[in-house]
Design a protein around this ligand. Structure first.
Ligand SMILES: [Zn+2]
Ligand SMILES: [Zn+2]
Length: 350
């Protein structure tokens, strides 16, 4: 089979690898659709210590090719997806509800980090009974693939805002994850959603997904603009969806006392520690909370996201700005890396 790999830091290539065989608890999926993620770009830059030659990718779905001996309830040829995070659902972290931290910090993130990723013609789904998610017949694979990471991560960002109906929120950056957080906040009942973004097609989509106010940071300090729009108060919750020190601090500054900061941005490319501005933190006494998190996985969560897509609450395929055949995945990857041509999310078809 063909697989999209990182031969060494800074490089990508398509190479031949053997089709994986299932262990007792695994399912092998023949890939039909996948999305390239900014995380893949970070990985190739050397942000994560991964093995040379590892297959990239963690947002893919397809049809069942082979089923491990201990896996029941699935049939060959069935259309299925798997989350980017594939926990065991058995260890102490999993049992206490922190499945993304399976076995230890970030341990649920197996694709690329601990095993081959799934930007390949076939891939392994570990702990398949808990992680494999049948795709309902009435939603397209092009929509379902957004549940693998973008919607799951963005919704987690919204969930960690702990909104009361009518609360206000800000989302810093409207890439695919930030846009998904905007969808989530809208569904959770935010009265006002300030979307901080300067790119026109992202601003447009943000409005379509429920943002009430677009804050263009190229026209002045985002925190000041949001304060002005809220009679100086700020917002109840802020989502950091970029992974920049400035936006992180902006989230702390823009929240009211009692506010919640929800971090979904990846901060691994910053050489310095993140700062907590003391005035914005009430010198440590402003009743503010910061919640970090990693994309939650599992079939149950995938089914709830599929249910929202099915009922037409939003259309995730609007985030697909480009489509490439798998043979051209390298072009999609480079466009994602260089943020060319208004790219939001490139879909790869097999
Ligand atoms: Zn991803
Ligand atoms: Zn576990």
């Amino acid at each position: 089979m063909k697989a999209f790999v990182m031969p060494e830091v800074g490089q990508t290539d398509i190479v031949e690898k053997p089709i994986p065989q299932p262990g007792p608890n695994d399912v092998i999926v023949k890939t039909t659709h996948a999305l390239i993620c900014t995380s893949d770009v970070h990985t190739v830059k050397g942000a994560l210590p991964v093995a040379n030659g590892v297959t990239l990718g963690h947002e893919a779905l397809g049809v069942i090719h082979a089923i491990g001996s201990a896996v029941t309830g699935f049939t060959e040829g069935q259309r299925v997806a798997v989350n980017a995070v594939t926990p065991c659902f058995e260890c102490r972290y999993c049992q206490t509800g922190y499945t993304s931290q399976c076995g230890g910090p970030l341990g649920g993130y197996q694709y690329t980090a601990q095993r081959d990723g799934n930007m390949a013609e076939y891939f392994v789904v570990p702990h398949a009974k808990a992680n494999l998610a049948p795709i309902p017949d009435d939603i397209s694979s092009e929509a379902a693939v957004y549940a693998c990471d973008m919607l799951s991560t963005g919704f987690m960002g919204a969930e960690h805002c702990y909104l009361r109906l009518g609360d206000t929120a800000a989302v810093f950056a409207q890439g695919a994850v930030g846009l998904s957080a905007t969808i989530g906040l809208s569904l959770l009942g935010a009265s006002r959603i300030f979307a901080v973004e300067s790119v026109p097609n992202r601003q447009e989509l943000s409005k379509a997904y429920g943002a009430t106010d677009i804050i263009d940071f190229s026209e002045g300090d985002a925190v000041e603009q949001i304060r002005e729009a809220t009679d100086g108060e700020g917002v109840d919750a802020a989502v950091e969806a970029l992974g920049f020190p400035q936006t992180w601090e902006s989230c702390l500054r823009v929240t009211k006392a009692g506010g919640r900061v929800s971090n979904i941005g990846y901060h691994g490319e910053n050489p310095n520690p993140l700062q907590v501005p003391l005035d914005a933190f009430g010198l440590g006494m402003a009743d503010k909370s910061i919640h970090s998190g990693l994309c939650p996985g599992g079939n149950d969560r995938m089914q709830r996201i599929f249910a929202l897509i099915r009922t037409g609450r939003f259309d995730p395929t609007r985030m697909t700005t480009h489509t490439f055949a798998f043979d051209d995945v390298g072009d999609g990857f480079r466009m994602m890396r260089d943020k060319e041509d208004g790219i939001i999310k490139p879909l790869i078809t097999f």
